[in-house]
Design a protein around this ligand. Structure first.
Ligand code: NDP
Ligand code: BG6
Length: 483
């Protein structure tokens, strides 16, 4: 039952509905699902948080980030808002949760179905995850249907705190009721990785240490931590992006073929490959922190942000090389790189193949496969080709599958839309399992403790650049050859 598609009456309860994530992602995703007819019939959506908001104020807040391009969407939005109500209350008071429960019952009573399902979306800071999970279980849990709990990252600060959080939640919510979101698993190109790898015979044949020299998984953002420094400084870029989003990409890239596409078979393989990765060493890492922009001086440095504690050594950039010690990957460096306040906004996987042995075409560069996750999704292969003409000169060219050309008439769904739909369907494949989380923390915890305890100084890099000056040397140390 717990992993089945929801039917009957469904109520989605958004905890932390006054917040940033609810406004930017959760409600726009719910509206996207509503417009495309993916919300179960008779769905109600109830927001809950402490801020007192009347219905007009609440609706204004949750629609601020929605794109209303024409009258049709405007009309759909006014219908959607009829489903969205709001209740204010504290996170630690039974009587407030009982008030919420009454509101859910009232919404449910408008439907004739016997089955009453409840999906709880915790768009809340981690400090309140446990009291809220407790309050919901005690006071708002449906006794007449399926209950599901969506939990946002971060899941802890390190292995121990993640286990502690797990121990606190486990007696309340079963693993099959819990959906830990890593929104990168909802991105189109991350989902495509399984298909690229396992539905193409030519990729299957070269996906190994014999053919691949190195893999780089890169996340770059142009903006700094502007105003979010308080949150960010506690976590740093490794916890914010690398330990979750980039490691998830790596695990799908490197795992063995799952027995089937069932959630447990896929996640079994992801866990298995993560267990082959030893903890990252400081020697295999480079850390950076951005300073004021060089050219026009228009962007302030991380330490000048008023929300950042003075003298912080928190990294805003990190590159770490991971090794997968198994038969397929031994000796292949997986270089994970991520940073804020860089020269561009881009997430991509770049696979560099080995040199052609005994190549008669001197200096021919290596083949590469690039999977661009965002923006402008694409898969392209860099290959050496004859330069057209009378000579035998070579040129690097691309076999290019750019989505905006090939699939221009298809809409790529937002990651949150895809993931909330998975929750409604009871599909756990794109959510993080408890043992997967544990394996991920084991890889990064020793390094994170070293960085925190020894206050390892990050290398400065100017806002808007490619990162710390040592980065080129760092990647070439692992055999990456720039074409
Ligand atoms: P917010 O800081 O906006 O918090 C959400 C709501 O929680 C607030 O509106 C507030 O509501 C309540 N709240 C805030 N601080 C506290 C506190 N100290 N104690 C109790 N309640 C508090 O967070 P976000 O919406 O940005 O993030 C929510 C979750 O989603 C976090 O776990 C975050 O890491 C994760 N996330 C966020 C992303 C984003 O883009 N924002 C992206 C990916 C993940 P009220 O005061 O009305 O109760
Ligand atoms: C979040 C991080 O998980 O992912 C943010 O907390 C980061 O710091 C964001 O900006 C990036 O998500 P996306 O989908 O914009 O690449």
């Amino acid at each position: 039952m717990a992993d089945s598609k929801l039917s009957g009456t469904t109520t989605i309860i958004v905890l932390g509905a006054s917040g940033d994530l609810a406004k930017k992602k959760t409600y726009p995703a719910l509206f996207g699902l509503y417009r495309n007819g993916f919300l179960p019939e008779g769905t109600s959506i109830i927001g809950y948080s402490r801020t007192k908001l009347n219905s007009t104020e609440f609706h204004a807040r949750i629609t601020g980030h929605m794109k209303i391009l024409n009258d049709e969407i405007k009309n759909q939005l006014s219908e959607f808002l009829k489903l969205c109500t709001y209740v204010s209350g504290q996170y630690d008071k039974d009587e407030d949760y009982q008030k919420l429960d009454k509101a859910v019952e009232k919404a449910e009573s408008l439907n004739i179905h016997e089955e009453r399902n409840r999906v709880f979306y915790m768009a809340l800071p981690p400090s309140v995850f446990v009291p809220v999970a407790k309050g919901l279980k005690k006071n708002v849990y449906s006794k007449k249907g399926i209950n599901r709990l969506i939990v946002e990252k971060p899941f802890g600060m390190d292995l121990e705190s993640s286990r502690e959080l797990g121990r606190a939640l486990a007696p309340l919510w079963k693993e099959e009721e819990t959906y830990r979101i890593d929104h990168y698993l909802g991105k189109e190109m991350v989902k495509n990785l399984l298909i690229i790898r396992f539905a193409n015979v030519f990729f299957g044949a070269i996906w190994n240490r014999q053919s691949i020299a190195n893999v780089q998984i890169t996340f770059k953002e142009k903006i700094g931590t502007e105003g979010r420094g308080g949150y960010f400084d506690e976590f740093g870029i490794i916890r914010d992006v690398m330990q979750n989003h980039l490691l998830q990409i790596l695990s799908i890239f490197a795992m063995e073929r799952p027995l089937s596409l069932s959630a447990e078979d896929v996640r079994d393989e992801k866990v298995r490959v993560l267990r082959c990765i030893p903890p990252v060493k400081l020697e295999d890492s480079i850390l950076g922190q951005y300073t004021r922009s060089e050219d026009d001086d228009s962007k302030i440095g991380y330490l000048e942000d008023k929300t950042v504690p003075a003298g912080s050594t928190c990294p805003t950039f990190a590159a770490c090389t991971l090794w997968v010690n198994n038969e397929r990957w031994e000796g292949v460096p997986f270089i994970l790189k991520c940073g804020k306040a860089l020269n561009e906004q881009k997430t991509k996987i770049r696979v560099q193949f080995q040199d052609v042995p005994g190549n008669v075409f001197k200096d021919a560069p290596r083949n590469e496969l690039v999977i661009r996750v965002q923006p402008n999704e694409a898969v392209y292969m860099k290959m050496t080709n004859k330069l057209p003409g009378l000579s035998m000169d070579t040129v690097i060219s691309e076999l290019d599958l750019s989505y905006n050309r090939r699939f221009s008439d298809l809409k790529i769904p937002d990651a949150y839309e895809a993931l909330i739909l998975d929750v409604l369907k009871g599909d756990h494949s794109n959510f993080v399992r408890d043992d997967e989380l544990d394996a991920a923390w084991k890889i990064f915890t020793p390094l994170l403790h070293k960085i925190d305890n020894e206050k390892i100084a990050p290398q400065p890099y100017a806002y808007g650049t490619r990162g710390p000056p040592g980065i080129e040397e760092f990647v070439s140390k692992y055999g990456f050859k720039r074409p």
